[in-house]
Design a protein around this ligand. Structure first.
Ligand code: NDP
Length: 287
């Protein structure tokens, strides 16, 4: 007996979620603002509700995969949430998730927030490694764990409803730092007779080799001793920054992505962090 699921939102992500629940044999009720997007799923066995309120009324487990926090207000305005288990997968801020948890509680629903670490092609493909961070009601997570794990992996990160969003944004923020670095690297070779495709594997291998430095950073933050296990001293790294800025200059490349980080490194060095690694930058960012 598979748990019946209500799913609101049949965009790129919602459609993939719907397919995996259907093919795993879960009875599924769907609703989408633009009804045409539900047609294919109806043919695959989904029940299509005429309104979000009807979809919510159909099942206890209600999964929301709309665009953003505002669209949740719009869609669920007027729906009776009493006794429901609301699982909200939209990407939002921790404050939005906490407010939504309160909002759900006031309407008699249990609440679980989710942050999706996956893109549509990873849904229903376990070997792709995608997963969803969940936080909020542990009871909801435990009760629906198997159902939630059908489309993509699950990682529960605590009772604070804001934590899933926080972990999600932390990982994606790190990703943007990486993307910025990749953009700068390609810019450096752009005017040369170098095939970008020859740089790509070197870049990815280097980034993969350096990524575990996050473990050392964590160890140092934990112990409070930022000189522990240092591999490349900050003083040495700051001394090297003119090489990076000069190379950018020579290649006709803007330093606007690199400079803010170098500025933080210099500030930490000026504050006496020469024997540390780069961990002190964390404290300069925290206000
Ligand atoms: P899409 O843009 O593909 O779909 C958005 C969905 O939200 C559609 O079903 C749309 O309905 C609905 N919607 C938008 N505004 C409203 C509204 N005011 N009232 C009712 N319904 C509304 O988005 P995705 O499926 O890609 O993303 C869904 C969520 O997942 C987002 O929060 C996104 O940040 C997050 N996410 C997306 C990833 C991705 O790679 N796509 C990866 C990780 C997270 P309609 O069809 O009527 O327009």
């Amino acid at each position: 007996e598979k748990t019946p699921v209500t799913l609101l939102g049949l965009g790129a992500m919602g459609t993939e979620l719907a397919r995996t629940w259907l093919s795993a044999g879960h009875p599924l009720t769907v609703w989408n603002r633009t009804p045409a997007r539900a047609a294919a799923l109806a043919a695959e066995g989904a029940e299509v509700a005429g309104s979000a309120a009807d979809a919510v009324a159909a099942n206890t487990l209600v999964v929301v995969c709309l665009l953003d926090d505002a669209s949740v207000d719009e869609a669920l305005d007027g729906a009776d949430l009493a006794g429901k288990d609301l699982v909200n997968l939209i990407t939002g801020t921790p404050a939005q998730a906490r407010a939504r948890a309160e909002w759900a509680r006031a309407r008699g629903a249990r609440y679980l927030d989710g942050g999706m670490m996956a893109v549509p092609p990873m849904i229903g493909v376990p070997e792709a490694g995608g997963y969803v961070f969940y936080s909020g009601s542990r009871e909801v997570f435990e009760q629906h764990r198997e159902t939630l794990a059908v489309p993509v992996g699950t990682t529960y990160v605590g009772e604070d409803a804001g934590f899933a969003a926080l972990y999600d944004v932390a990982l994606l923020s790190a990703m943007y730092g990486m993307s910025a670095g990749i953009a700068h690297a390609f810019a450096l070779i752009r005017k040369e007779d170098i095939d970008p495709a020859s740089l790509a594997p070197l870049l990815t291998d280097w980034l993969v080799a350096m990524a575990p430095s996050a473990h050392l950073t964590a160890e140092q933050l934990r112990s409070g001793d930022y000189t522990k296990g240092v591999v490349s001293r900050l003083a040495m790294q700051v001394a090297g920054t003119p090489t990076f800025l000069g190379t950018a200059e020579q290649q006709g490349v803007s330093t606007e992505l690199l400079s803010p980080y170098f500025e933080l490194m210099r500030r930490r060095l000026a504050g006496g962090g020469g024997d540390e690694d780069l961990t002190g930058v964390v404290d300069l960012l925290v206000r």
